[in-house]
Ligand binder design. Sequence first.
Ligand SMILES: [Zn+2]
Length: 244
Amino acid sequence: MSVVESVVAWKNHLKSKQFRKWLLISLMVSFLIFVSFNEKAHFFLGGIFINIGYRFQDHVDHEHFNYEKGASGLLLQLEDLVKKNKQASLVRKYFPRSVQHPKIALLTCMDARIDTVELVGDTRRSYYTVRTAGSVLEPLQQEMFELAVEGGVQIIVLTSHTDCAAEKVANSSESKKFIHLSSGINERQLNIKNFLSRRFISQKIHNGDLIVVEALIDTKNGNMSIHRIYNKDSLENYIGKINF
Ligand SMILES: [Zn+2]
């Protein structure tokens, strides 16, 4: 059968109502089989459903709940928070989540506009997250990350973000009021250097078991751009000769 004859035969088939129905059912079944067995498709579809959920909740303003002013209103807000927690935990009781062992740890500002789940497009609880105002990385937080690396973390992403209120405070006359926060922000780069110089951390990087990166988040859309990578090739350039 020539190509032209095949095309004509297909055209005639398509005119048949029965054939069109069979073709539609076959396509739907193929799609369902593809979605059922393709984990990437699961991940993508999950993202679509989560975003549908955001569309339902995001526009509902807190004012909508009409809390009274003063102490009694604050107690009502607290009650509401506990109620929401009970509802959410009841859902989790009947629909438990899977457990992931994080390989990546993030440092982000506590700014509510930074949603770490949204930042990585992943709801699987597969990231350790340390949140501080202005993404400060004081010795306390450095120990938290070191503990995470001991627990198996292989990538640490140290972020800062645009339009950071804490950074603005640190660079204003208010810095005198928030002395510790301001010094944490102004000495962030020194703290990163100190963190990378920690014996355990530098050894892990040197052995190729850990990468630390610095990234900037665009607060408007959550786009994260990596601007420094500390790996076994670049570490010594930054912190100097490593002596183990
Ligand atoms: Zn911030």
